[in-house]
Design a protein around this ligand. Structure first.
Ligand SMILES: Cc1cc2nc3c(=O)[nH]c(=O)nc-3n(C[C@H](O)[C@H](O)[C@H](O)COP(=O)(O)OP(=O)(O)OC[C@H]3O[C@@H](n4cnc5c(N)ncnc54)[C@H](O)[C@@H]3O)c2cc1C
Length: 467
């Protein structure tokens, strides 16, 4: 039994001690108070810049814990945050005060190879789900860094190596089990609670806590992938080449190109690729990258898990990160010039600017395929500022913001809900930019499923009633 420690509700009042004790006694998982062993580990997320202290952390063991956590927080009027993989750059998974609903212990997965489906709990990372699906030579579209959580990534859309062939991650979502803001358990799919199912596919964490995802998984492989590196002194020509090359690739292939500082401390241009299909066809598809004359070429046949983790080393947990994203219809010559001009003043060797390619099957769905509204874009531009904290964060944040502002007029105006650090009073309304044409429909859905804005630690759509 834990001794009483201060746990406050949203108005700053002490939460009833007996209610905390009753909640703790019912939990299958653990309830962590400030100062408990494991508390600091549980509140740490990928972005080392985030240093928030929830009043309580509910380490959920299963669906009943999630339902109890929602009911407890609602009764006690507590602020709530939801943690899946804890990888979102904004740190929205952790609240200051309040209750953090920590789903990371929920790591069950079951792949049914004959049905081509996978059931996955929300604490899984992509490495963990990929491993289960790869046991059967299968996969669904995931992200491109292996320790990213499946939950947040799916709810925001999900852009990955397999996307041009198999669509966004949310396009592969068949159904989801959801605990709603009033503590009800519902299933959302194309035939049940269809409106909620639409909102979950791109609407972020605004509508409930997903306790299980059912995905379509596909037979995949063999794979060819890796990265080619090009000297910086021809950066302009190389980025123009990357644009032209990437516009011609087949759906079996996807790319990430960009500018960064290499391990030797020198800037370079990097082009990462993944080809899902016969090795000979892959060789033909990557030939132009070789003909353009890389200084280093690490593209070769690889296991899928190897491709999914090949850029992990560049984004270790605990480093301080500040990120901006915007969607692009094209990589114009002007955009390349703006990026290179700003990169000449980059403030940290860990920072970089990357084009994550979209297109192909990611473009295929119409408005009813879900709330993700940026299907027409060709790339997500990621401006990533990263530094060993905590000193001098201001200069690094400013570098990313300045660059993001400079490229904004050359973008579609849309931003990726999953790739954005918060910026109050910035030049764009972030929620409108993220949810775009789906915003009004999402607003109505928020009014139906979460009229009091119980789930507000996210790129929030405040319901009209709560304003
Ligand atoms: C290094 C790196 C690489 C990345 N690469 C890609 C990529 O290739 N493609 C891509 O699309 N994205 C990518 N992302 C972005 C990624 O999609 C987001 O960071 C995403 O939020 C991670 O999910 P998570 O579960 O780890 O998030 P968390 O930080 O745990 O949660 C983020 C938010 O999601 C919501 N949420 C999480 N779990 C649930 C749940 N079960 N129910 C309801 N709401 C929930 C909550 O609102 C929470 O605040 C990358 C991010 C990083 C840092």
């Amino acid at each position: 039994m834990t001794a009483q420690r201060e746990v406050l509700d949203i108005s700053g009042r002490q939460v009833s001690e007996s209610a905390v004790r009753r909640f703790e006694a019912r939990l299958g998982g653990r309830l962590l108070h400030q100062g408990d062993a494991g508390y600091d580990g549980a509140r740490s997320v990928w972005n080392g810049m985030i240093d928030r202290r929830p009043g309580l952390i509910a380490r959920c063991a299963g669906v009943s814990d999630v339902i109890d956590a929602v009911r407890f927080a609602r009764e006690q009027e507590m602020l709530v945050s939801v943690r899946g993989g804890g990888h979102n750059v904004s740190g929205a998974a952790v609240c200051d005060g309040g209750l953090m609903v920590d789903l990371s212990p929920m790591k069950g997965a079951r792949v049914d190879p004959s049905a081509g489906t996978a059931l996955a709990q929300p604490g899984l990372t992509w490495a963990e789900l990929d491993r289960e699906a790869q046991a059967f030579g299968m996969a669904t579209t995931g992200g491109t860094v292996s320790d990213t959580g499946i939950a947040g990534l799916t709810l925001g859309g999900g852009i990955g190596w397999l996307g041009r062939k198999h669509g966004l991650t949310c396009d592969n979502l068949l159904s989801a089990d959801v605990v709603t803001a009033d503590g009800r358990f519902v299933t959302a799919s194309r035939t049940e609670n269809e409106d909620l199912f639409w909102g979950l596919r791109g609407g972020g964490g605004n509508f409930g806590i997903i306790t299980s995802f059912q995905y379509r998984v596909h037979p995949v492989g063999p794979f060819t992938g890796g990265r080619a590196f090009y000297p910086f002194d021809e950066a302009r020509e190389t980025l123009r080449f990357y644009r032209d090359f990437s516009m011609e690739i087949p759906r079996e292939m996807n790319t990430i190109g960009g500018v960064r500082t290499g391990p030797d401390g020198l800037p370079d241009i990097t082009i990462g690729v993944c080809y899902n299909g016969p090795l000979e066809a892959a060789q033909r598809a990557v030939a132009p990258l070789r003909e353009f004359g890389p200084k280093e070429d690490a593209i070769r046949p690889r296991e899928y898990g190897d491709i999914q983790s090949m850029i992990d080393y560049a984004t270790p947990p605990g480093v301080h990160y500040y990120q901006k994203s915007c969607f692009l219809d094209t990589i114009s010559d002007e955009l390349i010039d703006v990026i290179l001009d700003h990169f000449a003043r980059v403030t940290s060797p860990r920072s970089g600017v990357f084009f994550q390619q979209m297109g192909g099957a990611m473009r295929d769905g119409g408005p009813d395929a879900g709330a993700f509204t940026h299907r027409g874009a060709e790339y997500d531009l990621i401006v990533s500022s990263a530094w060993e904290g905590p000193g001098d964060g201001e200069a690094h944040v400013k570098w990313a913001r300045d660059l993001a502002r400079a490229v904004q007029p050359l973008s579609t105006g849309g931003i990726y809900v999953n790739g954005h650090s918060p910026e109050s009073g910035g030049p764009v309304d972030q929620a409108r930019a993220a949810y775009g044409a789906s915003y009004d429909r999402l607003l109505a859905l928020k009014g139906k499923y979460d009229p009091t804005n119980f789930f507000r630690q996210n790129l929030n759509i405040p319901p009209v009633a709560s304003r």
